[in-house]
Design a binder for this molecule. Structure first.
Ligand SMILES: [Zn+2]
Ligand SMILES: [Zn+2]
Ligand SMILES: [Zn+2]
Length: 221
């Protein structure tokens, strides 16, 4: 899928902003110059869409093979690895949205239906926005900021699935160089190196799992 880059206005500093509505990503440099291609890295995933309303979804898992080195998870649907985007109605979801739902559920925050006032599409919050409620949202479909009535956190996945809370066991796990994180969204299980724990010991530091993942994934929005 090719970029579809549109002018979306100026920043407060007067820099012209461009947005790619094909890949839900910005497309301008520091000086406000329009880029030929947007900043989204793995554009090929947009060529492979799966409609989650028209296909039977029995399970959705995401797996960060080693989250200390790579924050892009694999998506596993109905036990098969899926390298693409998920669609339904007007929603297009990527691995970032799955990371967002994992963070929101870990932090036990309420998820609401949030709609962009510019393009009327629904909104999902990822990275640190998935656990920090906010009033001004950045719509990833049109690139505009919009204001909600109250501070909140949006999720399109929570609009169509009943996503359980994540229950962690009170247990400490020592991590060396590899930290595999597996999240089963519809069951609500989270495993760190195959174990259900709520704390890790990393470089002799004890970390709460929620804080640990919040920090690692804060910029994945
Ligand atoms: Zn693009
Ligand atoms: Zn919008
Ligand atoms: Zn938001």
């Amino acid at each position: 899928m090719k970029c579809n880059i549109e002018y979306i206005g100026k920043s407060r500093q007067g820099i012209t902003k461009y947005y790619c509505t094909a890949h839900k990503s910005f497309a301008y440099d520091k000086l406000g110059n329009k880029l030929d291609e947007c900043l989204w890295i793995n554009k090929e995933i947009y060529d492979n869409g799966l409609n989650i309303k028209q296909n039977e979804i029995k399970n959705i898992n995401i797996r960060y093979e080693n989250i200390l080195e790579n924050v892009i998870p694999k998506i596993i649907i109905n036990d098969n690895e899926f390298n693409g985007i998920l669609e339904y109605d007007n929603s297009i979801l990527t691995y970032k949205d799955f990371g967002g739902i994992m963070l929101a559920k870990l932090n036990n925050v309420p998820l609401e239906i949030v709609k962009c006032s510019h393009c009327a599409r629904y909104h999902s919050d990822n990275g640190r926005f998935a656990y920090t409620s906010h009033r001004i949202h950045l719509c990833l479909y049109c690139g505009h900021l919009f204001r909600a009535k109250e501070k909140n956190i949006g999720s399109e996945l929570a609009m169509i699935y009943n996503i359980p809370e994540i229950k962690l066991k009170d247990k400490l796990l020592k991590i060396d160089d590899a930290c595999c994180v597996e999240y089963d969204m519809l069951k609500g299980t989270l495993l760190i190196n195959n174990q259900n724990v709520n704390k890790v010991l990393l470089k002799n530091k004890e970390l709460d799992i929620v804080e640990f993942l919040n920090n690692i994934l804060e910029n994945e929005f």
